[in-house]
Design a protein around this ligand. Structure first.
Ligand code: ARG
Length: 572
């Protein structure tokens, strides 16, 4: 897909190749040098010529003059020099006559690419630890992971979304001990995952007083690993109960997975992996435990087996990586977790590399920062956690209050409140740099003005209501002459940026790029809405053009929402 930036980059490159005998730069270098000027008066895109002065042995203004000579076509309206810069102005004919019809024709495919065709990306995300609370710390992996999946699908990749459930490990020993000591079938059946969590919390409280409980739990987990039937039954029951609960949250977000193969799935694949590590002389015994020494790489050892022979989290991840490569033959395997696990992934990627697998370089860890709520840090082992489910319902209730205050009466009130409430949280979360720590302030997330989800959804609903007021979308062949107000041109330029934003988000593995772009579209559209009469425009032609522009905004905004799992609401 051709973007304006790419086109200008290519034009400049062509000029440049006429000036040098052996080019040292590529067309994409030129594209990369282009900047968006902070001030519209300086053009739509600017090229700083300083980057070339050394190679061309010329002063930047002279280079600007040379490159600028005769630049202009159906996309570039004008290119003018300004000192060492060339400022480009995009042609209104291109914006109205080419871009708009392209959006109309491609609809929700506008902005997509096919460079991922034939390639597979495996994404490992959400992956809560069963029987522990699904708390707001998991919001990041869930929504970032899903957004990265949507972005890669939009670029043509075949994507496999895996929920690598934390369904194995000592915590199940703890759960089983706690259940037998303090739980009952009736209470768990009634209380579901909440009851499991309280048992888990109780275990930790009691273990503080009586540390021998920890040994009991370890022994129980070893029994589980040896496939003790009673323990397996309980374990399976805990998992099923938890999944029912998670599904509710995923449904609210509109997220589905292609696989739920969690850690337990790899138990029977472990012996072969341990054997392979041994054969490749990577395994060492350290104080009874089996490890891979990573001292040479300045990392602590990667733990494979405990003293008692039970497997550990890193070992299961190594088995999972090998299994996934065999099963999906991925081109990339992306893991989304908190930055707290960066060392874990660096270690397992290193071990896979040391095992001689050259695809180790296709394993990518995407870390994100911590989440706190109004300043309070979240902890898992105590009862002091904010469940994602509770956060969502609180947001939904608040949206309902706001709707009541505004006297909004909608047939599908509950559905809309859920979309707006959950969307507000998703948007608030994703409009931060993923690696930065976030303090969640619900009131800010739910503000209907400013850079928020409700503002974006409100804008989307506004585009829908304009189209319905207009009685549908007219069929016209727009041209540059239809642009009569600067806000129309500005909106078109914003819409033209969508493909670039998609590329940038994929390159940086950063959904924030899309969230920020949603805000750009909304401000640009609302400026147009306030400055121009749309349905009440003075001439039929202007009305038709503006309705079409509104419809295209709706399309692009809707696609951008889909990319970051925000639901679209036609009315708020
Ligand atoms: N269950 C883990 C947690 O909640 C995250 C798992 C991430 N994926 C993986 N393949 N290790 O911390």
């Amino acid at each position: 897909m051709l973007t304006v930036k790419k086109h200008i980059g290519e034009c400049l490159y062509e000029k440049y190749t006429g000036l040098v005998s052996t080019p040292t730069m590529s067309a994409s270098d030129f594209e990369g040098f282009l900047e968006y000027p902070p001030d519209e008066a300086l053009g739509d895109l600017a090229f700083p010529c300083f980057k070339l002065s050394r190679e061309l042995k010329m002063a930047p203004p002279a280079i600007a003059a040379k490159l600028c000579d005769n630049l202009g076509d159906d996309i570039i309206d004008r290119a003018v020099t300004a000192g060492g810069y060339i400022n480009f102005y995009i042609s209104p004919d291109y914006l109205a006559g080419k871009l708009l019809p392209e959006i109309v024709e491609k609809r929700e495919k506008y902005g997509s690419f096919d460079f991922g065709k034939g390639k597979t990306v495996v994404l490992d995300y959400s992956s809560p630890n069963v029987a522990k609370p699904f708390h707001i710390g998991h919001l990041g992996t869930t929504v970032i992971g899903h957004a990265l999946k949507m972005l890669h699908s939009f670029a043509g990749y075949h994507c496999v979304g895996i929920n690598h459930l934390g369904d194995w490990g000592t915590q199940f020993g703890k759960m089983i001990v706690a259940y037998r000591k303090w739980g009952s079938r009736e209470a768990v059946e009634k209380g579901g995952v909440d009851e499991l969590v309280s048992l888990y919390v109780k275990f930790h409280e009691e273990a503080e007083k009586d540390p021998s409980l920890e040994d009991e739990a370890r022994a129980e987990f070893t029994k589980l690993e040896h496939r003790d039937e009673e323990d397996l039954k309980l374990w399976k029951w805990f998992i099923d109960l938890s999944l029912v609960e998670y599904e509710k949250t995923y449904k609210q977000l509109g997220i589905t997975f292609d696989s739920y193969c969690g850690e337990s799935f790899y138990t029977d694949k472990m012996p072969a992996v341990v054997e392979e590590l041994r054969e490749k002389h990577l395994l060492e015994i350290d104080d009874g435990a089996s490890i891979v020494n990573l001292e040479k790489y300045n990392m602590p050892p990667c733990l494979i087996l405990k003293k008692d022979g039970s497997t550990l989290y890193p070992a299961r991840d190594i088995a999972a990586a090998i299994y996934r490569k065999k099963t999906y033959n991925f081109d990339k395997c992306i893991y989304v977790t908190s930055a707290g696990q960066s060392l874990h992934f660096a270690q397992i990627f290193k071990v896979v590399e040391l095992m001689g697998y050259d695809w180790a370089k296709q394993l990518i860890h995407v870390p994100y920062g911590t989440v706190s709520l109004n300043g309070s840090k979240l902890a898992t082992r105590t009862g002091n956690v904010i469940l994602l489910r509770d956060l969502f319902s609180e947001a939904i209730d608040k949206v309902k209050e706001i709707m009541d205050e505004k006297h909004t009466s909608l047939e599908n009130r509950d559905e809309v409140a859920e979309a707006v409430g959950v969307g507000a949280i998703v948007y608030y979360y994703l409009s931060n740099n993923r690696i930065k720590d976030i303090n969640f302030v619900l009131e800010d997330a739910l503000n209907f003005d400013g850079n928020t989800g409700p503002y974006a959804q409100y804008t989307y609903a506004r585009t829908c209501s304009i189209i319905s007021k207009a009685g549908g979308v007219p069929e016209i062949t727009p041209t540059g002459a239809d642009i009569t107000d600067p806000s129309e041109a500005a909106l078109l330029k914003t819409l033209s940026l969508f493909p670039e934003k998609v590329l940038e988000a994929i390159d940086e593995l950063e959904p924030l790029v899309i969230a920020r772009y949603i805000y750009e579209i909304c401000t640009s559209f609302n400026r147009f809405y306030h400055e121009c009469q749309i349905v009440t425009a003075s001439s039929q032609r202007t009305r038709d053009f503006r309705v079409l522009l509104t419809d295209c905004t709706r399309t692009v905004l809707g696609s951008a929402f889909d990319l970051i799992c925000m639901k679209k609401t036609e009315k708020i």
